[in-house]
Design a protein around this ligand. Structure first.
Ligand code: SAM
Length: 353
């Protein structure tokens, strides 16, 4: 158990990633912090990173600025306990959580987040049961506990071998959800599950979308993203050889070009306030089309693209794609969101030419 100030500064950082992206995330960490860093996989979507003198603030900054795209969430580990020692009862992990909360000395309310990255779980209780118990106990000891929305997060991550406890600033966690897993509810108005990708993006990054004007949606069918753009108040050109959902075809503010993106971009004379691109297409071709489309996007206009990662060399493909996009755009954000499967979402801003 590490609780001194010195060990907090150099203690391991727990990072979350999509199940297939451990190697890409580890390669990104080595590229950012040198080949001598220690990286270990702890669970299907959780790893541990340690490097002398590197703290969570530096890792978070690298994630945002380089950008590191395959890391979804960070947590500063402060204490750990073998999971088998706490598998039967919550007593010990509750004592440790109380110690941690007292030692942290955060006067403000604290977010408490508990999640499991244990496949074959040794625990006799569920993460939500543990969270409820910890929240109640912390409350009885005078702490104000919420699920999110605070300056600090107290995290408990259950893995098969070790249970990890930590506390860190929310801005360093990259997202304000346990392990980066955001739960979004499916509404009856939802047209496709692809909507979750945009909804998550808007929650993770503070994006200001135009409130009116004209949007271009490349690869729009069946129309989930078009639906979201309409909710934002934008009129939409939806481009896809496939059909749109009938709920969109009767909307006078949606025009459907039933053709390919290349044909549409060669013919259109419109200028767009935003371009989104969710086309199922190899990423360099998709990015080249977006670069070609930049001349039809207002200067400083946003482009949102999902890079579909068909190959094993996902990191290489992402880096090559970002290089292509930089011909016309500044990259604002790039991350594999929790709703991205074998893909990465990029937000770019058209450079004024
Ligand atoms: C993942 S789906 C898009 C889902 C959509 N964003 C939504 O929210 O419902 C990918 C789409 O890309 C389209 N697509 C593939 N190649 C295309 C191209 N060259 N031009 C336009 N659309 C294309 C496919 O027809 C498919 O409908």
């Amino acid at each position: 158990m590490h609780t001194s100030a010195a060990s907090v500064a150099t203690s391991p950082i727990i990072f979350s990633f999509a199940e297939d992206s451990f190697h890409a995330a580890a390669d990104e960490l080595r590229a950012a912090f040198g080949k001598t860093v220690t990286i270990e996989r702890l669970g299907h979507d959780t790893g541990c990173f340690a490097a002398a003198g590197v703290d969570i603030a530096q890792v978070a900054a690298a994630c945002l600025q380089r950008p590191v795209v395959f890391i979804q969430h960070l947590m500063q580990e402060v204490m750990s306990v073998p999971s088998r020692q706490i598998a039967q009862t919550m007593t010990r992990v509750t004592e440790m959580t109380l110690d941690l909360a007292h030692a942290a000395g955060v006067a403000a309310p604290i977010a408490l987040q508990v999640w499991s990255s244990a496949g074959d779980t040794p625990f006799h209780y569920r993460p939500d049961e543990l969270r409820r118990h910890l929240a109640q106990t912390l409350g009885e000891h005078g702490f104000t506990i919420t699920r999110g929305g605070q300056s600090h997060i107290l995290s408990v991550c259950l893995t098969s071998q070790q249970t990890l406890l930590g506390i860190n600033r929310t801005e360093h966690a990259l997202t304000d959800w346990p392990g980066g897993r955001i739960g979004l509810a499916k509404s009856t108005a939802q047209i496709s599950r692809a909507e979750f990708k945009l909804e998550e993006l808007f929650k993770v990054f503070a994006l200001t979308l135009p409130q009116h004007g004209l949007a271009l949606d490349l690869g729009a069918s069946p129309g989930g993203w078009t639906h979201i753009l309409r909710q934002q108040g934008l009129s939409v050109w939806a481009v896809d050889p496939a059909n749109l959902d009938p709920r969109l075809t009767t909307d006078p503010q949606v025009q459907h070009a039933q053709t390919t993106a290349a044909v549409f971009l060669a013919e259109t004379r419109d200028v767009f306030d935003i371009i989104v691109n969710d086309m199922r297409m190899i990423p360099d071709m998709s990015c080249k089309l977006l670069v070609q489309g930049a001349r039809r996007l207002k200067p400083n206009g946003l482009a949102i693209i999902t890079l579909k990662l068909f190959r094993h060399e996902a990191l290489e493909d992402v880096q090559h794609s970002l290089m292509i996009l930089r011909e016309a755009y500044d990259i604002l954000h790039a991350r594999q969101l929790s709703h991205n499967r074998h893909e990465v979402t990029v937000v770019a801003r058209r450079r004024p030419s």
